[in-house]
Design a protein. Structure first.
Length: 212
């Protein structure tokens, strides 16, 4: 910045003394100014381009299916929230609530029949653990115990499958998160005919065209 100022003073002094010297010095001064300030403008332009590129790249953020799966693995429903499918979160927990109800119910009934059957086999004179001892025979208690044990196992398997299903759902939604569906969604049904080579008349039909 000092050089242009000194140049201005030199030009002013030359203007008061020799007019021809000013004309010969102006191109030289212009070259000095260009050489001094061109790197500055070039750097600013490069920074502007780089910042524009960075801003463009930061606008489109990658939506990771792996991250959605991990979120659902850590906390069911969190992957759906990551995919912005908030309406699915109550469905996820309604499924877990239903499965949890059957787990609790089958566990309670299984323990009741198990304790009653064990008491029946022991022949103890102590008070029975529940009223099932007086209502059912040993064979019936055994059947009841196995029935609720099987239902309890199925309930645990269903809970595991529902847990896996929530992760799969989050991964699939994440894959289609940035999928652009065209606004031109239409279906056309048109008549169609094809001449038959072995018959005198053509074969009629219809064509179904879907646009998406």
């Amino acid at each position: 910045m000092n050089i242009p100022g000194n140049t201005h003073i030199s030009i002013s002094e030359s203007h008061s003394t020799v007019f021809g010297l000013r004309q010969s010095f102006l191109p030289f001064a212009f070259c000095i100014v260009v050489c001094l300030f061109f790197p500055f403008f070039d750097a600013n332009a490069q920074d502007t381009i780089n910042s524009g590129i960075k801003s463009d790249t930061t606008k489109v953020r990658e939506h990771s299916p792996k991250r959605a799966t991990y979120y659902s693995m850590i906390l069911p429903g969190l992957g759906q929230a990551y995919n912005r499918k908030y309406w699915k979160i109550p469905v996820v927990y309604a499924g877990f609530g239903t499965v949890g109800y059957f787990i609790v119910s089958n566990t309670r009934n299984y323990k009741s029949f198990r304790d009653a059957y064990s008491f029946k086999l022991s022949g103890s004179s102590a008070p029975p653990p529940n009223d099932l001892v007086n209502r059912y025979s040993s064979d019936q208690l055994l059947v009841g115990r196995e029935y609720y044990r099987r239902n309890l196992e199925v309930s645990y398997i269903t809970a595991g499958l529902w847990y896996i299903l929530t992760m799969v759902d989050a991964a699939v939604d994440a894959h289609f998160f940035n999928y652009d569906i065209s606004e031109d969604l239409s279906m056309q049904v048109n008549p169609w005919s094809f001449p038959s080579p072995d018959k005198g008349r053509g074969v009629a039909g219809i064509t179904l065209t879907m646009r998406f």
